[in-house]
Structures are given as C-alpha cells and as structure tokens.
Design a protein around this ligand. Structure first.
Ligand code: PGA
Length: 236
C-alpha cells in the first residue's frame, strides 16, 4: 500500500530532515515494504539520502523562467525529486488552480516520467446536492488527465473532510472508491482527516490502496503507526 504524508506549510528544512530520519529508522527497523511518500514544504526539499521518497507539493509546468513564487523542474532535479502532488484541494480552492492549469501541469510532469499523485474530491455543497451531482463533479476533475498513465496515483479527498476531523462513513468511502476505480485502475488513496484512530479501518476497505495524511502525519509516531497498519494489512 501507499502511505503518504502531506506536510503542507509545516516543518522547516531542519525539522523535515529530522522527521525523515525518524521515519527511515522506523521503516528499516520494522522491515516495512509499503511505499512511504512524504511531501515537504518547498523550501524544505533537500538532499536526503534516506529511503523515504520525497515529492513536491507543487511545481510550475516549466523547467525554469519568469514565474515569480513558483519552482520548476531544475529545482526538483537538484534534489532528484521525481514525485509530485497535483490538484490538491488547497491548490484548487485556495490558490485557484483551474482544471485546465492542472492538466497542463499533469502533462508536463507526465512527459518527464514523474510519479503523479493527482487529487480529486468534492466540496460540501456538491456532496449535499446528491450522489449523481457529486459523482459528476468528481468526474469533471478527471477531465484531460491520462487515467492510464503508469506512474499515476489518485487520491480521493473530500474537501469538507480535509483538516476538519470529519470523514465520510467507511461505507461511503468504499462505495466512492469502487466507482472511482472504474475510471482508472491507478492506485487510489483516501485522504481527509485520516488519524491514527481511523487509519486501520480505512486501509482495510476494499479499493483503498493507501492514505494521504495531512495534520495527523505531523506526529511522527502517529504516522509510523499508520505505516505499520498498512504493513499488517498487506495482501488484505
Ligand atoms: P488532513 O489533510 O489529513 O489534515 O485532513 C489531508 C490532505 O490535505 O491531504
């Protein structure tokens, strides 16, 4: 399974390096064979010689150039980063990234062979509008994306569940994942208020291939426990 930590705008470079070292020592002492991914803040990217794969939370669809406030391929190459998160709800809804911009970014990093974690998920009003409207909305977030891309991972993250402590029911997660699996056979992660207290149940669900964790991943011990749950559920 895939266990991913989105550190968002948290942890300095020093703190991130310590975090990665702690994860590395946990993963090697427990012989973890699950895929562990960490997305540090941009300025916390570094030369890490740990086995933990780090990815970028965002980058512009460019090698370099005049895009103030953005980073490009050269900045990722400096740290051998080949994994990127695209379409996170905070980028869609707070930073206003459009589907068209996300498609451009997706295609750019796909052509470079990056592993892409592409996020989809509905805001509360779409969920409240009923199942059909909600599924249509989520489908629109797949538009223009090569759903058969071999290095694609999809993360289903309901916007209203992110950082709120609210989650869909386990049955809801399983149902939505089952529908989304029809759109793409890529590994499908669930994200949105995954905590050490619910991670095991979520990971055990059919069609859940892993989790994308925000706030709870900031607690190293909690994140390590989640990695261990995934290991225990191997071959579920
Ligand atoms: P959360 O964030 O775990 O804090 O809800 C998840 C995410 O944004 O990926």
């Amino acid at each position: 399974m895939i266990i991913a930590a989105n550190l968002k705008t948290n942890f300095t470079r020093k703190e991130t390096n310590k975090y990665l070292e702690e994860l590395e020592s946990f993963v090697s002492s427990k012989n973890i064979t699950q895929e562990v991914l960490v997305f540090p803040a941009m300025s916390s990217l570094d030369d890490n010689d740990t086995s933990i794969v780090t990815g970028a939370q965002n980058a512009y669809a460019t090698k370099e150039g005049a895009f103030t406030g953005e980073i490009g391929l050269v900045h990722l190459e400096e740290f051998c980063i080949k994994t990127i998160l695209i379409g996170h709800s905070e980028r869609r809804h707070i930073l206003g990234e459009t589907q068209a911009e996300l498609v451009t970014k997706f295609n750019y990093y796909k052509d470079l062979g990056f592993k892409i974690v592409f996020c989809v998920g509905e805001p509360l009003e779409k969920r409240e509008a009923g199942k059909n409207e909600m599924m249509e909305y989520i489908s629109s977030q797949y538009k223009g994306i090569d759903t058969e891309y071999e290095n694609l991972i999809i993360a289903y993250e309901p916007v209203w569940a992110i950082g709120t402590g609210l989650t869909p029911t386990l049955q809801d997660i399983e149902e939505i994942h089952t529908e989304l699996k029809v759109k793409s056979s890529a590994p499908l992660l669930y994200g949105g208020s995954v905590k050490v207290t619910n991670a095991k149940e979520v990971l055990a669900l059919k069609n859940v291939d892993g989790i994308l964790v925000g706030s709870a991943a900031l607690y190293t011990e909690h994140f390590c426990s989640m990695i261990e749950y995934a290991q225990e559920l191997e071959g579920k």
